[in-house]
Design a protein around this ligand. Structure first.
Ligand code: SAH
Length: 253
């Protein structure tokens, strides 16, 4: 059987991994499933011989891995970012299981890079990191013990991705006829910064008591999946709003 196309656009991101052996296990899990783009965000011990041992015949994945300092760098060029979590968080986000997650991801792979993000062995992903994601995936487990080993969690997700890629002929893509590309993560990030500043200028958002406003707005926009023209349009609306706020201020003085 030929390799399923476009799995090259799937990126595994590991945040702040403490055990180098786990990085090796992840490389192996990825290579078994035909996924090769590994990005390590500030790994605690890397490169390391334990990573090489555990990678076995997947050392090439380690050799080609990218190491970056921040989570933002790891996902900047991705059109879809999926976070993983072993437990529920305070603000619920769109949450799926690995199978549904893979079915959502695979049709998008021909269009843009998709990041699957995994957290620290001891603490998982922070709420702030999870809020940077469009979608959250949870591997259903026994309630008695919900936290999988990092390498095992990556294996489950990569397996489902491969299964969906094999099954999917890529024709059922709901965005295939779209007239423009989806916005990248950093474009959406800049929109949020602009939105936050405008809300402050309007005195709608009080920086001293922001509550959950920005998080809730983020969640709302993550559900929409903005395209690049929509981001430009929103930025234009925000700039005009800021202009009028300034004019009103000038008239008051
Ligand atoms: N104690 C941490 C778990 C860390 S396990 C916590 O409570 O969040 C390390 C990583 O493996 C997690 O950040 C996540 O990326 C992945 N992982 C482990 N169990 C998982 C599960 N049941 N569903 C989804 N991801 C899981």
């Amino acid at each position: 059987m030929t390799e399923p196309a476009f799995l090259s656009n799937a990126r595994i991101v590991l945040i702040n991994t403490s055990h180098p052996g786990n990085i090796g296990a992840v490389a192996r899990a990825m290579k078994n499933m035909g996924i090769s783009d590994l990005c390590l965000v500030a790994p605690q011990q890397y490169p390391h011989e334990r990573a090489v041992w555990r990678a076995a015949s997947a050392v090439d994945i380690l050799d080609n891995a990218t190491v970056v300092e921040t989570f933002e760098e790891a996902i900047a060029d991705c059109g879809l970012v999926v976070g993983t979590s072993a437990r529920g968080r305070r603000i619920p986000w769109p949450l799926v299981n690995p199978r549904v997650c893979a079915e959502k991801i695979v049709p998008e792979l021909p269009q843009h890079k998709v990041a699957l993000v995994f957290g620290r062995e001891d603490r998982g992903m922070t709420n702030e990191e999870l809020q940077r994601c469009n979608l959250h995936v949870n591997i259903p487990t026994s309630e008695a013990y919900s936290s999988l080993n990092l390498g095992m969690a990556v294996q489950v997700l990569c397996y489902e991705l491969r299964m969906a890629a094999i099954a999917d002929s890529l024709t059922a893509d709901e965005m295939a006829e779209w007239d423009t590309r989806l916005a990248t993560n950093d474009e959406v990030e800049r929109l949020f910064t602009h939105l936050e500043q405008t809300l402050i200028d309007m005195e709608f958002l009080k920086p001293e008591a922001p509550k959950q406003l920005m998080n809730r707005l983020r969640r709302m926009y993550s559900r929409i999946r903005l395209d690049d023209l929509e981001v430009q349009m929103m930025r234009g609306i925000l700039s005009t709003t800021q202009k009028w706020v300034q004019k009103a201020r000038d008239n008051d003085t």
